[in-house]
Design a binder for this molecule. Structure first.
Ligand code: NAD
Ligand code: UD1
Length: 335
């Protein structure tokens, strides 16, 4: 079965490509490389020993997308392509809405033309906004995200639901990721953001490698056991496997829209993350406590029960695995 991955040279897409190829799927990737590099394709091939077809194109380019669907017998799509930096989206809302919404609309329009009506979409826990309980469950209504980035995810979920309502031949799986971290155990694939990272794990990696002096932990007066925020970190390889399960499930299901949280259900604090990184890798990560970061919540985490029951998916890797694999990749990337 041939699957198109939009944004497939990115962090989560590349790991998913590996898992799909290992499971016997054929993979076609389209990416404009705005946040990734073409040599990722070679790395995917190196890890799997399999071929991958790559198109350097923008998903908003209807002609290019039409060509991809004409040249390949695509049976389903996993839609990763999008801009994802929360802070940047507040400064550049037009670019974020334009990129994330236009690419989705062009994609589903092209899929409809080619009668491909199976899609898995990368959504985010950010769509829940602030809820009464920090344990997010799929039955909760979509809330108000704290950034234009998050709002694009809310809007795209709505668009996909409307597409299905108008044409019940679609099979749609919406995956709400919690906090993906970690890297492929080969050390070839991982996350290496340009400039100063905003997210915790990439920041820790840069401090450990002495590219940045020290980590600032944003706030130690939160209502959590050690005063630092708690999040549901999950290993990117577990997350990639969730996509495989979601695709398999769509094949065996009635048409419809299916929504799943992908997280461990087991929140960890910033301090736990830093201490685990230090001990597993036997390396120092100097830090200081600073003021709270605007918009951060004390804690949130997944109720992963639905994915466990319906997809037969469960995150298996530990915080130790996440810290070890992240550092292994970061060390490799420096050489
Ligand atoms: P990433 O930036 O590494 O990958 C996204 C890829 O999409 C990049 O390779 C980029 O070049 C490509 N891209 C962006 N716009 C494009 C366009 N118009 N046409 C073609 N290619 C385009 O990000 P990621 O972490 O792998 O995230 C993948 C998806 O998962 C995104 O939609 C993101 O919003 C979502 N998500 C990520 C996280 C996270 O923490 N990483 C959490 C929740 C949801
Ligand atoms: C954010 C986004 C989420 C996105 C995710 C990517 C929001 C509300 N959520 O989540 O949509 O999917 O990034 O993984 O914006 N921290 C520090 N020091 C740092 C960096 C982070 O203490 O230098 C702390 C933060 O305060 C937070 C935790 O580490 O408590 C995790 O932060 P981060 O990795 O940015 O993820 P989220 O904010 O949870």
């Amino acid at each position: 079965m041939k699957i198109l991955l939009t944004g497939g040279t990115g962090y989560i897409g590349s790991h998913t490509a590996v898992q799909l190829l290992n499971a016997g799927y054929d993979v076609v990737i389209v990416d404009n490389l705005v946040n990734s590099k073409e040599d990722t394709i070679d790395k995917i091939k190196q890890i799997t020993g399999k071929e991958v077809k790559f198109y350097k194109a923008d998903v908003r380019d209807a002609e290019a997308m039409d060509k991809i669907f004409s040249e390949n017998d695509i049976e389903g799509v996993i839609h990763f392509a999008g801009l994802k930096a929360v802070g940047e989206s507040c400064e550049k809302p037009i670019e974020y809405y334009q990129n994330n919404l236009d690419s989705t609309l062009t994609l589903v329009d092209t899929m409809r033309k080619h009668n491909v009506k199976k899609i898995v979409f990368s959504s985010s826990a950010t769509i829940y906004g602030i809820q009464e309980s920090p344990k997010y469950v799929e039955t909760m209504k979509r809330g108000t995200p704290s950034s234009p980035y998050g709002t694009t995810k809310v809007m795209i979920e709505q668009i996909l639901e409307d597409v299905y309502k108008a044409d019940p031949e679609w099979k749609i799986s919406i995956l709400r990721y919690f906090n993906p971290v970690g890297a492929h155990e080969s050390g070839l694939l991982g996350e290496d953001p340009k400039g100063i990272p905003n997210n915790l794990m990439p920041y820790i990696q840069k401090v450990a490698s002495k590219q940045l002096e020290q980590l600032t932990i944003f706030g130690n007066d939160y209502n959590t056991p050690d005063g630092t925020c708690r999040r549901d970190y999950l290993h990117v390889v577990d997350l990639a496997n969730g996509h495989l399960k979601a695709l398999e499930k769509l094949d065996g299901s009635e048409n419809g829209v299916y929504i799943y949280n992908l997280g461990t259900g087991n929140p960890k604090s910033v301090l736990e993350m830093v201490n685990t990184f230090k001990s597993v890798n036997n390396i120092d990560v100097p830090f200081k406590f600073g003021p709270r970061r605007e918009g951060d919540l004390d804690e949130f985490f997944a109720d992963p029960t639905k994915a466990e029951k319906e997809l037969d998916w469960k995150a298996e890797k530990t915080l130790e695995d996440m810290c070890r694999d992240s550092w292994n990749f970061a060390k490799n990337a420096m050489n």
